[in-house]
Design a protein around this ligand. Structure first.
Ligand code: GTP
Ligand code: MG
Length: 417
């Protein structure tokens, strides 16, 4: 029953907007591919007949086969990408782990993220990682191994390590969400390089802030840079470590309101990426650590081992609320940015192809009409000749008749004499 429950909630997930759109557009391109191939085949046959087809039309159509194939390749690799940023130790890796429902990425003391880590669904349901610039698969079975593999390599902070994780262990991975974890924005002078290398194709950005302090200049700066490069990026702000507020319940509401106002101002007035109403749906107060523990406990069917602070249920609820809004946002955004281009190109190719086929049809029609006309002319000529012949024959007959009559008359006259 547990399994069924997960499957049910997966099918209601807003990520299905992307998953279904991807399937549909893929099917349509499958049909376009058949249609283009049929047309090429037909044209090649037709080319054997002289005078119907010019060579350029055939080569042009043959090129569409390659183009459609290329689009299908890109389509198959299209995914939704979310990138996490924030100051070091704010809990970026922990947020990702909570969403993945398992301790996958190393986090905490001694496990500072020191390069870019991209987590995506593994095509063969095995866990492994691939270092940038190599094709070697290093198998990993546990977080310990992953952390070890990452420490062992001399990696620079802008480098990317891809972690492939079995899709069946996480619905988000199954539904083509790709996670990007980053080192703290405060530890690098290379923000521009980060943006160029890792951010331009992200559908959603998550700023993991620390609810125990206010938004920092380094964090704000980074997003200012991002929003100059991308038009209206989708940004969520997570005020993480909200469990710490449980220690000071008397200030809870006040602190929350202050963080909320500042975060709204940042998104609306400073970055100008959304309206105040939209911003309300982009800011959350959560505890990633609690959410992760709760999920690990859920999977093992036990209760979380640590004693949870006051207000855990609310924070966990807010975390789930974040996930839902996030899923909605990323799938809609990805459908738009990724599939709009494809569908434009698909429309262009089909209309070009139709024009080519229309031209063949019209040319063939014209050829047929010409031949018909020729035949008619010939026919008319034959008719004329026949008529002429008839007239001549008639005349001849008459002449002969006259001559015969004349001869007869003369003969009978001679006889009478
Ligand atoms: P870097 O990779 O070093 O930049 O840090 P990070 O942002 O990835 O933070 P990470 O997830 O490694 O978390 C740092 C420490 O904070 C870990 O010990 C986490 O267990 C702890 N932590 C993360 N989220 C929370 C939270 O919501 N509440 C509390 N109390 N601790 C948290
Ligand atoms: Mg980290």
């Amino acid at each position: 029953p547990d399994h069924r429950q997960i499957r049910n909630s997966a099918d209601n997930s807003p990520l299905q907007i992307f998953v279904k759109a991807k399937k549909k557009i893929n099917d349509i391109f499958g049909e376009i591919e058949d249609y283009v191939k049929d047309s090429v085949h037909y044209m090649q046959e037709l080319q054997k007949e002289p005078h119907i087809l010019d060579k350029d039309a055939v080569t042009k159509t043959e090129e569409y086969v390659k183009k459609v194939h290329g689009i299908r390749d890109v389509l198959a690799r299209d995914h939704m990408k979310v990138a996490f940023f924030g100051r070091t130790s704010n809990g970026k890796s922990t947020v990702i782990n909570a969403m993945l429902r398992d301790k996958i990425l190393p986090s905490g003391i001694g496990h500072t993220t020191n390069c870019f880590l991209q987590v995506e669904g593994s095509p063969n349901d095995e866990a492994y990682l691939v270092l940038e610039g190599t094709t070697d698969h290093c198998a990993v079975e546990s977080v310990g191994q992953l952390a070890h593999a990452l420490c062992k390599e001399k990696l620079s902070e802008s480098q990317l390590v891809k972690v492939y994780w079995p899709k069946n262990r996480c619905l988000l991975l199954r539904d083509d969400v790709v996670f990007v974890d980053s080192p703290g924005v405060d530890v690098t002078p290379n923000l521009d390089e980060w943006i160029d290398l890792h951010c331009l194709d992200a559908d959603v950005f998550v700023l993991v802030a620390n609810a125990e302090s206010t938004l920092m200049v380094t964090e704000k700066n980074f997003f200012h840079k991002v929003s100059t490069r991308l038009s209206k990026p989708n940004i969520f702000i997570l005020n993480n470590r909200w469990d710490a507020s449980a220690n000071e319940p008397e200030f809870l509401e006040q602190v929350r309101r202050q963080h909320q106002e500042r975060a709204i101002d940042f998104l609306v007035k400073e970055l100008k990426v959304c309206t105040p109403k939209e911003a309300e749906e982009r800011i959350f107060f959560i505890s990633a650590k609690e959410a992760l523990l709760a999920r690990i406990a859920e999977q093992g069917n036990t209760s979380p081992s640590m004693s949870l602070a006051e207000g855990f249920q609310n924070r966990y609820f807010e975390f789930q609320d974040f996930e839902r809004k996030f899923e909605e946002c990323i799938s809609k955004s990805a459908v738009k940015t990724k599939f709009e281009q494809h569908s434009q190109r698909g429309k262009f190719i089909t209309s070009e192809l139709r024009e080519a086929l229309d031209k063949i049809y019209n040319d063939a029609q014209k050829l047929r009409d010409d031949k018909l006309l020729q035949r008619k002319e010939l026919h008319n000529k034959v008719n004329y000749t026949e008529q002429q012949l008839m007239v001549i024959t008639q005349e001849m007959k008459q002449k002969i008749h006259n001559i015969v009559e004349d001869v007869e008359q003369r003969v009978s006259k001679a006889l009478n004499e």
